[in-house]
Design a protein around this ligand. Structure first.
Ligand code: ADP
Ligand code: G3P
Length: 495
């Protein structure tokens, strides 16, 4: 039996999942990882913890009686994107904490770049906006703040990577420093038209080329794992940003196909085919994948706080013990009784791109209960996704008739029904909701000969639960108008 191992390194957890050729899960291991919030708006992670969690899940897989390591044909790595790390080339040790994609700590660097009038020029090359979300300002921040870094860079001792690069480096025993086009396209340093690092951008942002990884395709054998890690060397055969991997895992292979992933954030991606499409409504143009020399592009809307709003209910407000408890509380009340929660804890992404806002809670009365707050927080995930989908519809001049969904929070039936009600479209959950892992496993399967054609992969993606809209139009409009007022309010109130 041919097996493929996927590593899905997300913001909330690291997973290792083994699939068979039919896309069925044979074994799975997962470890939650922590985020650090040293200052308001800052979000950081310890790359050592990420690596240790990766080793832990791999070990659990190897110890499983269901797994014969000799059957694993290849490994695919999907990762939280943009999260930025510098490490020491000799020792492999991180030179500082990793700056997580959600972090706003590089706001002033971005303001300075915007003041130089670079925005349109940068967008034309990268498909992105100048925003702390992307890696370039995070690299600049690390180069500006790590003591003695300039000398180390001059001596060729420093490497930059997003989490994919770091994991490939560690898994290959420090032999291979690569990334793929999907991850490169999130750095603000990559020209999506030429498919290469852009020297003019590197010069404008003052980032040395020598620290960057080699950019590869999304599906190809780059290297092998060091033999001691898993008992034998296994080809690393795919690397893909997690949101693009989910697009692939939903079999959105054709122009116009759309999905929304509800993880730490929410990310709506539409396949736009082999030509990049430029947005006028705050969406990003990004690389969907590069396979056998052919590049596909996507339009993307990014919501910075999705499932992490539920973690805030759990860890910040301590209103629930487990993320899944939120569903039961939400169902205990008929509605939010006019309460809106806007969880813009790290600014707002698509379509607002406002990094200075903070979160807000509105419409409170003496009768407001914990249940209302929990329900309003869940609903905020659906409202933010609707904001993004409306922007996408305006860009493509057509409506999205159904929504494929995946990610940790799709287990929440209340949220999925509310999303369907709010959009007025069917919401489709696949049978295997580990879509990101499935996507990157399929990409690795293509590179190792497990699959020959995309059709074989499409067959393994089965529709599972469907949600149908049940809310009347008047109520849908009324609720969404309330949300827009709440958004306006957080944008007016700036601490
Ligand atoms: N039943 C649930 N209801 C609401 N949110 C949930 C539920 N289960 C998980 N989540 C949220 O989903 C997120 C984890 O999803 P996941 O896809 O694993 O994220 P990531 O890929 O970012 O690590 C967490 O932020 C968690 O709060
Ligand atoms: O951790 P996730 O799954 O929400 O994904 C994070 C994104 O890749 C950030 O761009």
């Amino acid at each position: 039996m041919d097996l493929i191992l996927a590593i899905d390194q997300g913001t909330t957890s690291t997973r290792a999942i083994v699939f068979n050729k039919q896309g069925e899960i044979i074994e799975k291991a997962q470890e939650e990882i922590s985020c650090l919030y040293p200052k308001s708006g800052w979000v950081m992670q310890d790359a050592n913890e990420i690596w240790i969690s990766t080793l832990a899940v791999l070990n659990r897989i190897l110890l499983s009686p269901n797994i014969d390591v000799n059957q694993i044909k290849g490994i695919g790595i999907a990762n939280q994107r943009e999260t930025t790390l510098l490490w020491d080339k000799k020792t492999g040790r991180p030179l500082d904490l990793a700056i997580v994609w959600q972090s706003r700590q590089t706001e002033s660097i971005c303001e300075e770049w915007k003041a130089r009038g670079l925005e349109d020029w940068v967008k034309s090359k990268t498909g992105l906006l100048i925003d702390p979300y992307f890696s370039a300002s995070k690299i600049r921040f690390l180069l500006d703040t790590i003591p003695g870094i300039e000398e180390k860079v001059k001596n060729g001792e420093v490497l930059f990577g997003t989490i994919d690069s770091y994991l490939v480096w560690k898994l290959s025993g420090g032999m291979t420093h690569i990334t793929d086009v999907t991850n490169a396209s999130r750095t603000l340093l990559f020209n999506i038209h030429t498919g290469e690092w852009d020297d003019e951008l590197l010069e404008a942002f003052n980032i040395p080329r020598c620290i960057l990884p080699k950019v590869c395709q999304t599906s190809e054998v780059y290297t092998e794992t060091a033999a001691h890690l898993m008992g034998r060397s296994i080809p690393i055969a795919a690397v893909c940003g997690d949101q693009q991997a989910a697009l692939f895992g939903q079999a959105c292979f054709h122009k116009g196909a759309v999905k929304n992933t509800y993880g730490t954030g929410c990310f709506v991606l539409m396949n736009t085919g082999t030509k990049p499409v430029c947005s006028n409504h705050g969406l990003l143009t990004t690389v969907a994948w590069k396979i056998k020399g052919e590049v596909y592009y996507a339009l993307e809307g990014s919501v910075f706080v999705g499932g992490s709003a539920i973690q805030w209910l759990r860890d910040g407000l301590r209103l629930i013990k487990h993320a899944s408890d939120s569903e039961c509380y939400a169902n205990r009340v008929e509605d939010c009784d006019g309460v809106y929660v806007v969880p813009s804890f790290v600014g707002l992404g698509t379509p607002y791109w406002d990094s200075e806002v903070r979160g807000g809670m509105f419409g409170l009365s003496r009768g407001t209960t914990k249940e209302h707050v929990i329900r309003a927080t869940l609903e905020s995930i659906a409202y933010q996704s609707k904001d993004v989908i409306l922007a996408m519809e305006e860009d493509i001049h057509q409506s999205i008739s159904e929504l494929k969904v995946d990610g940790g929070a799709v287990q929440n039936k209340f949220l999925m029904q509310f999303q369907s009600d709010l959009l007025g479209v069917n919401v489709l959950v696949p049978t295997v909701t580990e879509t990101t892992a499935l996507g990157v496993a399929c990409l690795a399967g293509l590179a190792t000969g497990v699959y020959r054609h995309l059709d074989e992969i499409a067959d393994s993606v089965q529709a599972g639960q469907r949600y149908f809209p049940q809310m009347d139009e008047k109520r849908r409009v009324q609720l969404y108008e309330g949300w827009k007022c709440a958004i306006q309010a957080v944008r007016i109130f700036k601490a």
